[in-house]
Design a protein around this ligand. Structure first.
Ligand SMILES: [Zn+2]
Ligand SMILES: [Zn+2]
Length: 349
């Protein structure tokens, strides 16, 4: 089958990848569509260290082909969105509603694929850039059939991360003020999460003025090209500031632009060894800096909620897709994502 494989030097579309049958507690999915997220590029440029060779892709949707022993919540033919969270479902963190903190779900890459007889790693327990993939049952979330799979593909990373950061981690409340630095794939989802949460002032900052129209469509009430002007709109600062770019100087700005009792939520991914600095005194007034893994999501719960919000017109998915590419055109999709020309490129199979 075809897939996008990174071998440590080159990233290319291959046609000789194989995937094993699903074992107990696993599901094999025929992937229909997969979004190209910056984290895939971060594996290629080394920002996210990952063993190779690896099949890229970590947000996708498709149709269940086969289920292993003990899997009862989905059956062949069901449409599913895929999460990246291979949580165990039985540990204390899973049981308290924090599957993103499950130790089974972090740093244990599997190798369900082979190429020329050699095992190939699975990225983010997912590898959606393959015509077929095998995931843990908990990662396959059944979705209504009327939701286009190209749109559903985006839920698994960008939506869970961005909307989840607002609703689950920051817990934005009606009337709060929100600052969003970076209006790319995650930033747009933070904007619509803030709108869904009922935030009153939602300020988007992005150096690229071409992003204004989309940012406003997703929920921004104000759009600025520089953080310098934020205080013109939010004179006492923001209740919540989301850094969605991954640059340490912008993390500093997010903290400096907080109102009293405000919280900065860090969603961008700087290089693994990056250090950020801030004035300790700037946090005295009950301010917080929050990390956030994968929108602090509970995928089976949250994806059901998001598909409902999509069907009622509150959550935008179709509008996130700026371009679709057949998998063979991966190099073009890669280039368009790298240069920021698209919010989300979606590969189709
Ligand atoms: Zn992603
Ligand atoms: Zn667990």
């Amino acid at each position: 089958m075809r897939a996008v494989v990174f071998d440590g030097t080159r990233v290319e579309v291959v046609d000789d990848l194989e995937v094993r049958d699903p074992g107990p507690g696993e599901v094999r999915v025929a992937v229909a569509a997969a979004g190209l997220c910056h984290s895939d590029l971060s594996v290629v440029d080394g920002t996210i260290p990952f063993p190779v060779p690896v099949v890229l892709g970590h947000e996708g949707a498709g149709v269940v082909e086969a289920v292993g022993a003990g899997v009862t919540h989905v059956a062949p033919g069901d449409h599913v969105a895929l999460s990246t969270l291979a949580s165990c479902g039985t540990c204390a963190e899973c049981d308290r509603g924090r599957p993103t903190m499950c130790r089974q779900a972090i740093g244990r890459p599997g190798r369900p694929f082979t190429r020329g007889g050699r095992p190939v790693y699975q990225f983010a327990s997912n590898s959606a850039f393959a015509e077929h993939t095998v995931v843990k049952a908990v990662q396959a979330v059944r979705i209504p059939r009327d939701i286009p799979l190209t749109s559903a593909a985006l839920i698994g990373c960008g939506v869970l991360t961005g909307v989840g950061a607002v609703l689950n981690r920051a817990r934005v409340r009606p009337g709060d003020s929100v600052l969003v630095i970076g209006a790319g794939g995650v930033g747009l989802n933070v904007l619509q999460g803030a709108r869904i949460a009922g935030a009153t002032r939602i300020v988007a900052v992005d150096a690229n003025p071409a992003k204004e129209k989309t940012a406003r469509r997703f929920g921004a009430t104000h759009f600025l090209t520089s953080t310098r002007d934020v205080r013109d709109v939010l004179s006492t600062g923001a209740d919540h500031a989301f850094e969605c770019v991954g640059r340490v100087e912008l993390i500093r700005e997010a903290i400096d632009l907080l109102d009293r009792h405000g919280q900065a939520v860090l969603l961008g991914v700087p290089p693994a060894t990056a250090e950020a600095s801030f004035l300790v005194s700037s946090l005295y007034l009950d301010k917080s800096v929050l990390g956030c893994r994968y929108g602090s999501s509970r995928p089976q719960h949250d994806i059901a909620r998001y598909t409902d919000l999509y069907r009622t017109g509150h959550l935008l998915l179709d509008e996130l897709i700026t371009h679709t590419y057949p998998i063979d055109a991966f190099p073009e999709a890669h280039e368009a994502t790298e240069t920021g020309r698209v919010a989300r490129a979606v590969l189709t199979f």
